[in-house]
Ligand binder design. Structure first.
Ligand code: SAM
Length: 246
């Protein structure tokens, strides 16, 4: 391991993760593929090595502060893009069964390449809109943990993600610096979709020191039949309290 990998190992150790040599190699291969494919398609604005380790790999693994992955069997990552946060989580917790949903086919092609190159089993990358995939009985109300990073506002994300979350499971929305207003706006959609905000964890990236938030939402029942609405509707008309707009 070189200096960057050692520093990364120290950061994640504080999250309770001890990386093996093989896992460190998997992260390095992932980094190489990300930068290589990024020349052909838009995957990330971050391409320098240590920032990728910090802002993509470490940031993804911070979810371990909110969830005990040793007691988790399945996760769904909605709008995963280049694989964040689910692929770093899969590398760190190889027992996880991971389902990725993304609306862009070329990103799914990249993910399939990473999954094969890293030799990851039990990872399925699905091309589709969250609103449509969540209508499939195999995925609906099914996952222990559902994640989303940088996909939409929380009021929209609740409709994308809570339908995948099983009753008793948890949806973790990864957010940047400002979360207050989004949280306020999202109460109604959470309520309609049987979610209940439990806690917001505030974190800092180890080098850059910028703030991150993990919004932890418990799923308290089955998704009502009417949700999610037609693809595109959640983004166009987010679920907000009708009383608040009068
Ligand atoms: N989660 C990744 C990250 O943090 O780097 C990617 C974020 S990228 C800005 C947002 C991703 O969400 C895109 O890859 C886009 O295709 C996907 N996306 C947006 N709306 C979606 C939807 N309704 N269903 C599935 N994927 C969606």
């Amino acid at each position: 391991m070189d200096v960057v990998q050692q520093r990364f190992a120290e950061w994640v150790y504080k999250l309770g993760i001890t990386l093996t040599e093989r896992q460190a190699e998997q992260f390095e291969t992932y980094f190489r593929l990300l930068v290589e494919w990024n020349e052909k398609m838009n995957l990330t604005g971050i391409t320098e090595r240590e920032p990728v380790y910090e802002k993509h790999f470490y940031d993804s693994l911070t979810i371990a502060e909110a969830v005990d992955f040793n007691k988790t069997s399945s996760i769904a990552d909605i709008g995963s893009g280049a694989g964040f946060p689910s692929l770093p989580l899969k590398i760190a917790f190889p027992h996880l069964k991971v389902t990725i949903v993304d609306a862009l086919a070329k990103r799914i092609r990249f993910l399939d390449e990473v999954i094969a190159a890293l030799g990851l089993d039990n990872v399925t990358a699905l091309h589709g809109r969250a609103e449509e995939v969540a209508r499939d009985a195999i995925h609906r109300d099914h996952y222990d943990v559902v994640t989303a990073r940088a996909v939409a506002r929380l009021s929209v994300l609740n409709e994308f993600c809570l339908p995948f979350t099983k009753s008793g499971g948890v949806f973790i929305a990864m957010k940047g610096t400002d979360v207050e207003e989004e949280l306020r706006d999202s109460g109604y959609s959470a309520h309609v979709l049987k979610g209940e905000a439990r806690e917001v964890l505030k974190l800092k990236l180890p080098l850059e020191q910028s703030e991150r938030h993990l919004v932890i939402i418990d799923k308290k029942g089955s998704t009502p039949k009417a949700y999610p609405r037609k693809a595109g509707t959640p983004l166009k008309s987010p679920l907000v309290d009708p009383a608040a707009s009068q």
